[in-house]
Design a protein around this ligand. Sequence first.
Ligand code: GLV
Length: 324
Amino acid sequence: MEQKFFKVVANGKPRQAAVEKFKEYPEIDFVYWQGPGRMPPAYFEEQLAEADAVYSVGALRDPLGADFIEKAPHLKVLAQASVGYDNIDVAAFRAAGIPVGNTPGVLVDAVADLTYALILDCQRHLVAAAAHVKNGTWGQRKALGLGSDLAQKTLGIVGMGDIGSAVAKRAQASHMKVIYHNRHQRTDDEALGVRYVGFEELLSTADVIVVAVTLNPSTLGLFGHKEFARMKKGAAFVNISRGKVVDSAALYDALKSGHLSHAGLDVTDPEPLPGDHPLLTLDNITVTPHIASATTETRDAMALLTVANIMAGLKGQPLPAQIK
Ligand code: GLV
């Protein structure tokens, strides 16, 4: 039998693209935990004890930190198939000398497209309009109401990284004006055709607000009662970052009172959002189940970048996408 040199363990079922890619490396023994009901949790822990690398299938898993590192004494690299890494205690991995990789870049267009779709839905009520037709109420026009133009409206992006700027380009195609707020002003505002503003100014000026920040202690609960109250009456709110950036009860109040016209969320707190959650009783909200990067091409690209991160880590090289 062929000698395997490295054990790579996944904490869930990875994309088939990753399974196939690892087959190209005869030195890799790739195993994955198939999840509760299919395999006992003990299987994962047993594999982890021998793991040279861990492939984390996504950010919505258990937290990965010091306890996890203790269970994986041979670990040389951790790579997660997501851009967000708020579930990972990066400092603990750094202290243990274990590099951590994620998947920026490859998902930018897919996430920006879904964000733009949510902006469109907030302004044009596509989801409600389609349901209206399916419910057989076409013709009762009053039931539907009119949407709002995107053209000449102001989009306010909070968190203007690669995804934020890709959203800006899509909005500009609809002739929206774009303002943004970041911890640090970018150096390419003119090239992007966007304007940097303070957080307060963004809240009180934007017609549509998009949240694309990473979740960290400074963004946890960033949007609460005070922030929603500062938004323009009739503003729309889109969150594609992490649910915990928003106080769900405050968002509920802002939508219920009609202060906000509509919200589009791809992320919620908690996830999955239970079917009887108060937010889902509202007519002026569209919630998608955290699918912003969920296209075949993008998820495959994320899987392959995760494999590349692992292969580099096993060779002691810098990862192609290493979290600093
Ligand atoms: C998805 O939420 C990701 O972080 O990639």
